[in-house]
Design a protein around this ligand. Sequence first.
Ligand SMILES: *[C@@H]1O[C@H](CO)[C@@H](O)[C@H](O)[C@H]1NC(C)=O
Length: 319
Amino acid sequence: MVKLANALTTLGLQALVAYALPEACSGVCNNSHDPSIIRRNDGTYFRFSTGGKIAIHTAPSLTGPWAYQGAALPSGSSINLAGNQDLWAPDISLVGDQYYLYYSVSTFGVQDSAIGVARSSSLDAGTWTDLGSTGVVSSAGAAYNAIDGNLINEPGTSNYFLTFGSFWNGIHRVRVTPTQTHGSVYQVAFDPSDTAMEGPTVFKNGDYYYLFFSKGSCCGYDANRPAAGKEYRIMVCRSSAATGPFADKNGKSCQSGGGTLVLGSHDWVYGPGGQGVYQDPTNGPVLYYHYVDTRIGYADGQKKFGWNKIDFSSGWPVV
Ligand SMILES: *[C@@H]1O[C@H](CO)[C@@H](O)[C@H](O)[C@H]1NC(C)=O
């Protein structure tokens, strides 16, 4: 069945591939654009999302019930750029005994952007201290757009990488401390024939680092729906080294258009993306994302939180 699905994917017949439906969700399942998830030691799941100065929701399990708790940064960001009251694309990590929340300051379609970071020891609303810019910044003409940061630690080392970007020249990478850059930026994924790729997530499983990213048109589907197949979808590449190079299932370099489809539109799910991957203590590795439920509506505010367990048994993620 997996082989058949792969063959169909290769033929571009994605609609025929059977994806699992999103797992159940109760409580507030919208207000979840670009979700980032972490489970605290007491068993409470925290979900951070774009909008509302980084909205925080909590739940006793991934299925909910999700309840709104407040904004992570109610005063916006101290970064002096347009967009500092409209923060995007949160990414949550635990480093030592502190939680770090990366966020983007930008405006839609503009390259004047920065990735900022805030810190808390508890994750709760009202406990976040904004530390401002990480030093990952861009302006018009830069080789990338400084948005959509994702932190990963190379296990067993003190090496931290922020993978980010971009919609401009693909996905990039820089070493961080983790609050400041510490090295130079390099590209890890790019498709010269379709540069609409962003929102990377790096996840280590077994021998490989998996680079997930969202490809296609993310937003505003109620006003302007892209051609079929050009809407958001979740792709993956992998590498045996934290620093890359990354290639897809066919061995094609992800710096020259490679990328294997993990989850596209199916059934009543449309435009899944803004994904994250989490090693959940209860469910094992999970892929989570936002998506349009076509039975509800295509507006950004109507997008819902979805997640699925990942089967890595083939060496590639299957949901
Ligand atoms: C989000 O979901 C809540 C129910 O949890 C609903 O009342 C609200 O209208 C929804 N918002 C949008 C924009 O669909």
